[in-house]
Design a protein around this ligand. Structure first.
Ligand SMILES: Cc1cc2nc3c(=O)[nH]c(=O)nc-3n(C[C@H](O)[C@H](O)[C@H](O)COP(=O)(O)OP(=O)(O)OC[C@H]3O[C@@H](n4cnc5c(N)ncnc54)[C@H](O)[C@@H]3O)c2cc1C
Length: 462
């Protein structure tokens, strides 16, 4: 298992933060038997333990983590706690109903305030600030998409409380980037320091009674049993919460592919630079290009900025070596400077990356089989901060068999198809990345929506 290889470079800006108090625990020290065993101490695993123990403090819950709490995407991400759900309303409704698709999105929207209130009540210091999310239109094609997006949401019964159209001046007032023609805004997003959320949540979960075994790699998932490099865990319930690492388990090799998303960060910027840029509410931001970019103004006044574009690695391989890609990191620095020339010659202090998990139909799922005691949640396609929270709450209700509207949401109990075998998987996934990059270039040049990107989005099911 490559999960036991630790990277030589700092994991992320967030881990390099002197105000972070990393959670630390000892490895498994022999065989144990528990009620619930969870593989992976990211948000999915930690929140699942949280909701289980809140509902039933007597449960014995063990979380087995190959590295350290927040080692995966949960500690390294862009820090957007957004209400974005990766599958489109059209797709969700086609597999359930219009009402169910709306209910799912409303649940996602409500999850931001709900998570914010738990963060507050549990005294989780993760620099939480719900300033919303501004998405900029920086060419005509992106402006058309902004209008269409808002009109699309209106047709599903969502108004400004969900997404509003911004004129050029309204958008620039929030984020004074170059070439802004307009954009969209949603209040349903908070900026966070992700590694702090993982570490602090781990402490809360431990206090509630869970035991977290770090540096313990699960080598095989069996029937109500986990083999690890430190002993065996038997349990009534086994939960897989391994997202971008899932393909390392032979029986789930084609369930979820790991895609790398990379990030850079600047040094803290002076107040006058922020006066020129805006993001006064710490709004998270992006623009409407196809190859996604995302950024936030951090609690200590830096830009943390990321994007896709890194290749998918043959055979769904995962390696710390893929966290660094000079070409993509340079591209990200270039995009940020182009967006906000006001940063001048500010130094870029950090570059890192991590893997996120994509199911074949880009549709996350929560499943629990009472007959076998096995459950899982994931496939969040890079929108996992709030989605993992909702998934974990749902998993806890499933495991405990408690009444909850969450259990009938149209992502519970569904199974995505497997990915193709190689080399088709490698060819297909990297072709999609190339198509999006080319479409963005074409749209910037012509101002017209790129047909190829539209075709690819339709093929993916959006
Ligand atoms: C660079 C980047 C930026 C992102 N930005 C955002 C964002 O701004 N907003 C957003 O919503 N989402 C974002 N995401 C996605 C989001 O971070 C993830 O979807 C989410 O954190 C997944 O949480 P998880 O707990 O399911 O998985 P992870 O956090 O990946 O945790 C899985 C854990 O399982 C452990 N593990 C794996 N294999 C084994 C094994 N064999 N034995 C024991 N333990 C094992 C891993 O070490 C890891 O700690 C981003 C992702 C990346 C990589």
């Amino acid at each position: 298992m490559t999960t036991s290889d630790a990277p030589a470079h700092p994991l992320s800006l967030w881990h390099d933060d002197p105000t972070l108090v990393p959670f630390r625990s000892t490895p498994l020290g022999g065989d144990i038997d528990v009620d619930v065993a969870i593989i992976g101490a990211g948000y999915t695993g930690l929140w699942t333990a949280y909701f289980l123990l809140k509902a039933n403090p007597k449960l014995s819950v063990a979380i087995v983590e190959a590295q350290t709490v927040g080692y995966g995407a949960s500690g390294r991400n862009g820090g957007w706690c957004s209400a974005l759900f990766p599958a489109s309303m059209k797709k969700i409704s086609s597999l359930s109903s219009r009402d169910e698709a709306i209910r799912l999105q409303r649940t996602m929207n409500a999850s931001i305030a709900e998570m914010g209130s738990i963060v507050k009540s549990e005294k989780i210091d993760c620099e939480w600030k719900q300033g919303g999310y501004v998405s900029l239109a920086r060419n005509e094609a992106q402006l058309v998409r902004s209008r269409n997006e808002v009109a699309g949401w209106n047709s599903w019964g969502f108004g400004d409380e969900h997404l509003s159209f911004l004129s050029a001046s309204e958008a620039s007032e929030r984020a004074n980037a170059t070439n802004v023609l307009g954009g969209t805004y949603t209040p349903n997003c908070a900026a966070i320091q992700p590694a702090k959320l993982a570490s602090e949540l781990a402490r809360v979960v431990e206090k509630l009674g869970a035991t977290i075994y770090e540096r313990t790699t699960v080598t095989r998932i069996g029937d109500r049993r986990l083999d690890t490099d430190r002993g065996t865990v038997t349990a009534d319930v086994v939960i897989r919460a391994t997202e971008g690492f899932t393909a390392e388990f032979p029986q789930f090799h084609r369930a979820i592919i790991p895609m790398y998303s990379l990030m850079v960060a600047t040094e803290p910027l002076p107040a006058k630079t922020w006066d020129a840029i805006g993001l006064a509410e710490r709004e998270t931001f992006s623009d409407k290009r196809h190859l996604r970019i995302y950024g936030q103004r951090t609690g200590d006044g830096r830009f943390a900025f990321g994007g896709r574009g890194a290749p998918y690695h043959y055979g769904s391989k995962v390696s710390p070596a893929f966290d660094i890609d000079d070409g993509v990191h340079d591209m990200l620095r270039g995009i940020l400077r182009e967006l906000f020339p006001a940063i001048g010659d500010a130094e870029f202090t950090h570059a890192w990356g991590g893997n996120l998990g994509i199911p074949r139909d880009w549709y996350p799922s929560v499943t629990f089989d009472r007959a076998t005691g096995f459950g899982q949640a994931g496939g969040y396609v890079g929108d996992g901060v709030s989605t993992a929270f909702v998934a974990a709450k749902t998993l806890a209700a499933e495991i405990l068999d408690t009444e909850s509207d969450l259990r009938t949401l149209p992502w519970v109990g569904r199974h995505s198809p497997n990915w193709e075998i190689e080399p088709l998987r490698w060819l297909g996934v990297n072709a999609v990345t190339q198509a999006f990059a080319q479409s963005d270039r074409d749209e910037a040049r012509t101002g017209r929506p790129a047909g190829i990107a539209k075709a690819v989005w339709t093929m993916i099911g959006h």
